[in-house]
Structure formats: structure tokens, C-alpha cells
Write a protein that binds this ligand. Structure first.
Ligand SMILES: Cc1cc2nc3c(=O)[nH]c(=O)nc-3n(C[C@H](O)[C@H](O)[C@H](O)COP(=O)(O)OP(=O)(O)OC[C@H]3O[C@@H](n4cnc5c(N)ncnc54)[C@H](O)[C@@H]3O)c2cc1C
Length: 386
């Protein structure tokens, strides 16, 4: 894709978000679902496969292009992006980067068109930040595997047509060794999806429990065609997701800054627009400054990612900084609006709740810190040893 093509898509997505999604945010919140019309339009714009390879029907965006797109879709209800987040993100990437040729041909074109929905089923009650506690088992049975276990918080599980399911294939292996990934089609006997969870925010983006009771899949469902490959692949692909989440946070922060600035001009106390009070100006200025820092950081991390110079530390730093940043900006947004900021139906109140998730999923703040510090220490050790 050349630059002009990308700019046209970015512009179209921005206009679509402004014209069609933002006016429906309250409906998404109230109904806890995204209108079908938005889903169909997202399909037409190619959003279900922007990060998937062109050879399999996707748009093949670079990381820099993905980040730019995330700035745009981040400006509205996260549920809109969640529709196509798992197809482009961790589920789709794991298949695209490490699936066998047969797996790629079977799943990617439908994921890219939006005809199929993929989801990523890793988390369990005692395997969230650290998958080594995973209890789900996959036992070889002739040419098949039998999978048993329970997953939780799985985004898009209720809508999914294919599940990337992680299970321990070697019960004797320690830590994260002996974990493999399988492609399990919806409707496979023994696979049940619970009702979607009631969450603090991000209404319209659904998560559910997944129950696997003697789910039989052929050995060809093993991602990458061999044990452990799929799990290693998923861990590598996670880094990419961190940069995307950080960029979504930038988009949300910029939207909050727009909302708080408009409010500060339009609302008065004692006859004075509240934006004329210097302490309110400080809230605006700090928020603008931090949103800009987040944008610059995400763009720089994306360039380094595309160059292959840093595919781990930059994404972790971006997610850590930007997810904390947007929570601070949302908090200031509520403050600028005063009592109105605490009222349902005000976008900033909704973003305040929506933003909190960004510090938790795809690696908590604490896990990002561990990733970043380990990279720092490894680099220093290598320097000393050289
Ligand atoms: C809305 C939502 C959507 C999600 N979507 C998906 C999905 O699609 N697929 C999927 O597989 N999962 C999904 N998740 C799960 C998500 O990735 C996990 O919730 C997250 O990784 C944290 O794991 P946990 O909930 O088990 O918390 P825990 O890992 O139990 O963490 C609890 C606390 O302990 C801290 N902690 C844990 N380990 C360490 C450590 N070693 N050092 C320091 N502190 C530590 C954490 O930072 C946190 O503060 C989703 C979660 C939510 C809420």
C-alpha cells in the first residue's frame, strides 16, 4: 500500500468515526452492543483485516500505519475497535505469523473480510499475568487432541467463529514450557461460552467465560503444526498489541482534551468562563502536554518496530506510559467538568471508566515494568560482557 492510499483510509476512518460512531456512543453504552450498521461499514472499510497480510485479503498495514489508525479509532467508544481488534490483533497475528500455510489459507481471508471473528483464549483463574499456572490440558488421542479446561475474560467469545485456545500439552513441563495453541472452531462439541460479563466500562465490548469439556480437535489444529510453537508465537505477537493499546490511549486522551477544552469555554461560574481560571488552564495544559508526549512516543516506537530495532521494550514503554497517561487525563477531564463530570451520559464520565481497562489487559502496568526492566538489565549485562 502506498502512502496516498493509507492517508485516504486514515482520513475516511476519521470522518466515519466523527460522523457515525461518536453520535452513537451513548446508544452503545445504553444497549451494551454495537449497532450492526457500524459493523457492516467497518467490514466495507477493510477494518477487520488492516493488520493482516495482503496475500490473505488484509490491508497489510505497517506498525506505523496501525498506530495512526489506532489514534483515530481510539477517539470513540472502545467497543467499536473491539469488533475487529481480535481479528487484527493477537488472534489474527498468531495465525498470520506462525500458522501453517493450510491454517492461513483456511482462516485469514475470512478474518480479514469480517466474515469470521477470531478470539484469543489464554487467561484462566490462576493464569493471567503468568500463564505458567495454566490448568487447561490437551491430551493426545490418536490423530486428535482432547482439550479440557476453563478460560475467562475472553473478548469476543460470544461472537467468535474461531478460538485460539491455549492448553498444556506436556503436563510434566514447568513454567510456560509445554503450552501449545490450538484453533478450535465455534460449534465444536464440548465448547460452551458463558453469558458476557458485566464490566466497569467499555460497554459493547464483550468478554465471556469459555468451557472446554472433552473438546476433540485434529492434530492439524495445532498452530504452527507442532506443540509449543503457537504459545511462543502468541507471546511474541503480544508486543505488537501493546503498541496498539498505547496508541488507542492517545486517541482517547486527545478526545478527552477536546471535550474538556470545549466545556471550559462554554461554561461559566460567576459570569466567567471556567477556562479563564488559571487552575483550570493548568488541568488543560497538563493534559495536552501528556497527550502529545504519548503520541510522539507511540510514533517513535512504531518506527523502531518497523525497522526491527526494538520490538519489545518500546511497545511496553508505550503501553505503560500511555495507559497511565489517559487515566490521568480522564481524571482531570472529570475535574474540569465538576459535578457534570460525574454524571452518566457525559462522554468524559464514560471515558473515565473505559480508560481503566487499558492498564490491565494485554499485560498489567506491573508486567510492562518487568518487561522493560528485564530488557534494560539484559542490555547492560551484554554491554559489560562485551
Ligand atoms: C475486559 C477484559 C478483556 C480481556 N480480554 C482477554 C482476551 O481476549 N483473552 C485473554 O486471554 N485474556 C483477556 N483478558 C485477561 C487479561 O489479559 C488479564 O486480566 C490480565 O492479563 C491480568 O491477569 P489477571 O486478571 O489474572 O490478574 P493477575 O495476574 O492475578 O494480577 C493481579 C495483580 O497482581 C499483579 N501481578 C501479577 N503477577 C505479578 C508479578 N509477577 N509481579 C508483579 N505484579 C504481579 C498484577 O499486575 C495485578 O496488579 C481480558 C481482561 C479483561 C478485564
Amino acid at each position: 500500500m502506498d502512502n496516498a492510499e493509507f492517508e485516504a483510509i486514515a482520513e475516511a476512518v476519521r470522518a466515519f468515526v466523527d460522523r457515525e460512531v461518536i453520535p452513537r456512543e451513548e446508544e452503545i453504552e445504553e444497549t451494551d452492543s454495537v449497532p450492526d450498521f457500524l459493523r457492516e461499514e467497518a467490514k466495507k472499510m477493510g477494518l477487520f483485516g488492516y493488520a493482516l497480510p495482503e496475500a490473505y485479503g488484509g490491508l497489510g498495514f505497517t506498525m506505523l500505519e496501525e498506530v495512526r489508525l489506532a489514534f483515530e479509532v481510539g477517539r470513540t467508544s472502545p467497543a467499536f475497535r473491539s469488533l475487529f481488534g481480535t481479528n487484527n490483533g493477537i488472534a489474527g497475528q498468531t495465525i498470520a505469523n506462525y500458522g501453517t500455510e493450510e491454517q492461513k489459507r483456511r482462516y485469514l481471508p475470512e478474518l480479514a473480510s469480517g466474515a469470521a471473528i477470531g478470539c484469543f483464549a489464554l487467561t484462566e483463574a490462576e493464569a493471567g499475568s503468568d500463564p505458567s499456572g495454566m490448568r487447561t490440558r490437551a491430551r493426545r488421542d490418536g490423530d486428535d487432541y482432547l482439550i479440557n479446561g476453563t478460560k475467562r475474560f475472553i473478548t469476543n467469545a460470544e461472537l467468535a467463529t474461531v478460538f485460539v485456545v491455549f492448553a498444556r500439552t506436556d503436563p510434566d513441563a514447568q513454567g510456560t514450557k509445554g503450552i501449545s495453541a490450538f484453533l478450535v472452531d465455534a460449534g465444536t462439541p464440548g465448547l460452551t461460552i458463558g453469558p458476557h460479563d458485566k464490566k466497569m466500562g467499555q460497554q459493547g465490548a464483550w468478554t465471556s467465560e469459555l468451557f472446554l469439556d472433552d473438546v476433540r480437535v485434529p492434530a492439524t489444529a495445532l498452530i504452527g503444526g507442532e506443540e509449543e510453537t503457537g504459545f511462543r508465537a502468541a507471546m511474541k505477537s503480544l508486543a505488537k498489541g501493546r503498541l496498539t493499546i498505547g496508541s488507542l490511549c492517545v486517541g482517547m486522551a486527545e478526545r478527552i482534551v477536546e471535550e474538556m477544552t470545549a466545556y471550559a469555554i462554554d461554561n461559566r461560574q460567576g459570569g466567567t468562563p471556567i477556562g479563564d481560571f488559571q487552575l483550570v488552564q493548568a488541568l488543560l495544559a497538563e493534559s495536552e502536554t501528556e497527550a502529545r508526549a504519548g503520541r510522539a512516543m507511540a510514533l517513535e516506537a512504531a518506527r523502531a518496530y518497523d525497522a526491527g530495532a526494538d520490538m519489545r521494550q518500546g511497545p511496553a514503554c508505550t503501553k505503560l506510559f500511555c495507559s497511565q497517561m489517559v487515566n490521568k487525563v480522564a481524571d482531570r477531564g472529570v475535574q474540569v467538568l465538576g459535578g457534570m463530570g460525574y454524571m452518566r451520559t457525559v462522554p468524559i464520565e464514560r471515558f473515565y471508566r473505559d480508560a481503566r481497562l487499558y492498564r490491565i489487559y494485554e499485560g498489567t502496568d506491573e508486567i510492562q515494568k518487568l518487561v522493560i526492566a528485564r530488557q534494560m538489565l539484559a542490555a547492560q549485562r551484554a554491554k559489560v560482557a562485551a
